[in-house]
Ligand binder design. Structure first.
Ligand code: HEC
Length: 112
């Protein structure tokens, strides 16, 4: 009985030998264009440090214009729902930045 079991095993091993050798090549990919560049306003560093690890700036830039309270709740949602490790001390700066960023984009920096 033993040779009967050994034969298919041998055939299998022989087949392994004939497998083509693995070769590696250099490859490069082109990432999609993300024009999202956060405007240079106070608090930008806090936003980069706390917010851009998970998504690109365009996630923030492409939001409809919303009031401060909404930004506060979005930042809160990032923390509670998505477990974003946001520095609590930086939250006011981040919210100020997000409000200013939208004011800036609207071309009306004087709006409170
Ligand atoms: C731990 C990862 C993580 C971090 C850090 C993070 N987010 Fe998010 N964020 C998410 C996920 C997940 C979503 C939902 C899926 C998506 O839209 O990409 C999201 C969605 C959003 C949205 C889309 C609108 C919405 O309400 O869902 C905005 C705006 C946003 N985040 C802003 C921020 C800001 C501002 C910060 C910094 C305070 C931040 N995020 C930090 C994970 C994160």
């Amino acid at each position: 009985m033993k040779p009967l079991i050994a034969l298919p095993l041998l055939a299998l091993l022989a087949a392994c030998d004939s497998a083509p050798p693995v070769t590696f090549q250099d490859a490069s990919i082109t990432l999609p264009d993300d024009p999202g560049e956060l405007p240079d306003l106070a608090g930008r560093d806090a936003v980069i440090a706390n917010c851009t690890a998970c998504h690109s700036p365009s996630t923030m830039l492409q939001q409809p214009r919303v009031p401060r309270e909404k930004w506060e709740s979005i930042v809160g949602k990032m923390q509670s729902l998505y477990k974003a490790p946001v520095d609590a001390a930086a939250v006011p700066q981040i919210v100020d930045y997000l409000v200013a960023m939208q004011d800036d984009a609207a071309g009306d920096v004087s709006t409170p």
